[in-house]
Design a protein around this ligand. Sequence first.
Ligand SMILES: Nc1ncnc2c1ncn2[C@@H]1O[C@H](COP(=O)(O)OP(=O)(O)OP(=O)(O)O)[C@@H](O)[C@H]1O
Ligand SMILES: [Mg+2]
Length: 414
Amino acid sequence: MAEIRLNDVTRTFSKASALERATPRARGLAGEQQDRAFAERAAVQGQREASGQAGHGDILALDHVNLTIPDGQTCAIVGPSGCGKSTLLRVVAGLDNEYTGTVYYDTQDMRDVPAKDRYIGMVFQSYALYPHFRGQGNLSFFFRVHKAPDAEAAERIRATSELMGFGFELLLDRKPGTLSGGQQQRLAIARALVRNPRLFLFDEPLSNLDAKLRQQTRIEIKRLLRRFQITALYVTHDQDEAIALGDRIAIMREGRVEQVGVYGELLEEPANVFVAGFLGRHPMNLAGGTLNEDGTLQAGGAALTLPAGLRARFGAGRALSIGVRPEHGRLAPAPGAGKVAPWGSEELHVRGEVEMVEPDFARQTQMIFLRSGELTWRVLAARDQGVRVGETVDVLFPAERLYLFDGKSGEHIR
Ligand SMILES: Nc1ncnc2c1ncn2[C@@H]1O[C@H](COP(=O)(O)OP(=O)(O)OP(=O)(O)O)[C@@H](O)[C@H]1O
Ligand SMILES: [Mg+2]
């Protein structure tokens, strides 16, 4: 067990080899997630090419990463496809040594320690089991490599099977090819555990499993992490998984760690517009533009009237993004011809046409998608609020729920 610390770690790849790898992989992600992942990856690559950010035609897979995972804690790592999550794990594991900066396990600089001597348990999306060994052989392989006595191996395997719970022993007699995805993944987790690792590295281990099995296996992993208090890095595209398993969550983008914190912190106090837009069950509404002379924000082809308090803080010409979460909005009754609008100057008002309504039966809510100019706004409303696609509605967001971001740097303005 150890504290893991990355100090100013940078890893670059040549652009040619990076683009070659950017073709869609056969991934087990749900369709929408998969599309988003690929779209994000393409966008990132496009941006980098356009800005020449990495310089000399290189891709910065890790860009001066500083990150500490305290002993015994789990750090979940999330971020768009291609942002460097797997590269980070490979560097920590010692599978990739072409980085600059330092990786410490406790106080030891790991630069010259080969992967096999680091006592790491790794679990990947592809289970990478040895196909010609039965379950038993997959678990004992590590002991054979390290020439451990048979009795020790047998005892570790027995203890691990017990831990893996009901039905696990049945897998020990079977070859991976005869196991289902979920069973293979359990075996892969057991194989990581059996060697008594001082560090666990998970790279999207559950993304090939169906939703039910994913939840079940997530609970198993949580139990193991709590029981052993082994320091762990856990890469996932699933925010629920990150929340459930991570003591803290690190959000990466384009090779950088944008913010680290517990979920509530990240949600309430995003460091920048990227974190704000990335986290949350429902993405934050974001509108970026420039302040007009009259104090409105010119964003997405519309002039947004900002709450009075906000208008006073910034001058005309200032580039700003405002953000607000869908759950903080409410539908307002239409003012009607000639009447005064029934809302105050301390609310952000958006008028738009309902494009889509997405009911959530379990929570008795509905997500309303509103088109205003070129922007789509989301508002979460109760299920019983009747809204029809095509009708024009007014939506109000309270000023105290608005986030402001610098239009250029994206930094959160407090
Ligand atoms: N061996 C390699 N050769 C060239 N480029 C690479 C290599 N490995 C990673 N890259 C590039 O480095 C960047 C980060 O890749 P990485 O695999 O770490 O992303 P990721 O966050 O794990 O993405 P995903 O969510 O799709 O798994 C990408 O631009 C990728 O194309
Ligand atoms: Mg990856």
